[in-house]
Design a protein around this ligand. Sequence first.
Ligand code: WTA
Length: 630
Amino acid sequence: MSDRIHTLSGYLYEYQKSVAQPEEFWAKIADSFYWRKRWSKVLKWNFEEPEIKWFVDAKLNITENIFERHLFTIGDRPAIIWEANDPNEEGRTITYRELFHEVNRFANALKRKGIGKGDKVIIYMPMVPEAAIAMLACARIGAIHSVVFAGFSSTALADRVVDCEAKAILTSDGNYRGSKKIGVKSVVDEALEKSSVETVIVYERTKQDVTMKEGRDFWWHDVIAEESEQCVAEEMDSEDMLFILYTSGSTGKPKGVVHTTGGYMVYSQYSFDNVFQYSEGDVYWCTADIGWITGHSYIVYGPLLAGATTLMFEGVPTFPDCGRFWAVVEKHKVNIFYTAPTAIRALQAYGTEEIEKYDLSSLKVLGSVGEPINEEAWHWYHTHIGKNKCPIVDTWWQTETGGIMVSPIAGITPTKPAYATLPLPGIQLCIVDPEGNELTGNSVEGNLCVKYPWPGMIRTIFGDHERCKQTYFSTYKGMYFTGDGVKRDHDGYYRILGRVDDVINVSGHRLGTAEVENAINEHPKVIESAVVGYPHEIKGQGIYAYVICDMTNRTEDNLINEIKEMVSKIIGPIAKPDKIQIVSGLPKTRSGKIMRRILRKIADGSHDTMGDTSTLLDPEVVSQIIEGRK
Ligand code: WTA
């Protein structure tokens, strides 16, 4: 690819160019894509509304850029290598041509069910190739997909179905995870009890019993049986919605982050190509789930747009044993491996014995995403997995950014443990103090903002543009605020310090403290609760909940278990609090605001340095909480 950075000076040159002449810079990159109609203007924007338009008036279909654009040259190349949960089950390898045909057949099936341009389709599926086929089939016909992580509960799924006004749900009978077989369709049934979704298509994976509602539910293999493998792609405007992906924020319910077609396409391929330095023939493996943005941009869209071979893994790192990742690397001769710090820390705890059984010499590049990687995990990853020869790309980005923002370019940018290093070309970062003053120069620390648009950025929150404006564009005028704290060191390198808002990052999964509190408060015995994150050895952050309860007829232990179950039912097992402390009161200011700063200090054990508590309504509460600390 001609826009590939090859040297450090090349990176610096591209970066300078992208700042000096952003429109020319992105137009040149966009030139290598297939547009049915070219743009009239590269960029129109303001961060006040906000209104962001890339490749204005251009027409395209993203799937034509995966398939038609280079099918003559890459038709027989593996697009997806699929590794099943059970190592004894045969995997699948799907070439670009086969994938193209499957996408078209399923796209035709969707059309036959009356689904078309602008319709919202929820995908609630395990990690099987059909999940990617489902996403691409939606994109082919202009339907807007919203993938919901299959570990979310029926309540969480129902909220998303209602919020995005979904017309159809694509799902499976069940899901294999490690030694377990989990019902998936049954969760959909529960979620749909009070909904008007017209069509449910069920992919048969586990062959477990399911109930099929006449006229609404259909089997995947039945609906594609008679369909043609040709389907003309729908013409989309560059700013037409491509997908909605729900993510947690500081307040309220999860919000539907909207990404559009042209800009997301250009940015996901450009960032994939450059960060990982993929070369033809490489096998690339990202261990994320397609239910998260990492799965969207770096399992499906980025790699497939780049013509890469992307490995999709159905299982978990510890099944049948904790050597599974390394067994898969050896089996498929994986060259580029991209995972989350939480997985690295979890596997680190098992020692190196399981690693030494496998040949990892195919590895060239290692990646990290989702949360800050601590230095110890970085060194372990570098030494034991990369054998001191693979660069680590620590990639910082967010659901809202669509693609990687700050990261080394593999093998080119000198790395530094725990540092995401430098911004990609086109990304104009800015560090601000709490008043919004830009902190210039090096050796500074503050809040991370971006002051100029990039093609992959969020356009709105589905159904609530005002919330988009308030959340990201109002804290600091004229800037996109990320919610993360950051340090720029003496070399100008960036180190992400973690969230500065009420979002917690548990095993790389984003959760809002308010969201968890709302779920806890659903328990009839709960009077009030406050949730904070605290440092957790494996998960990065754990969830600590302080709860005021009516204890009549309940013991502390059974109440704690009931609350955990409640959260699991309302959000999903990932949101289950690690620690629940029943308290008699919460530290509040005289105006009734909970002082989370204090609760955080107690949770992480640093309450010796509590600071000023004189503004508290009842300082006595604090010593009681410290005494009962878990
Ligand atoms: C955090 C995941 C440090 C950060 C792609 C961000 C990171 C949030 C890194 C977004 C990293 C992600 N180093 N922190 N390399 N990558 N984060 O939306 O706090 O699930 O704001 O997107 O994860 O999480 P999200």
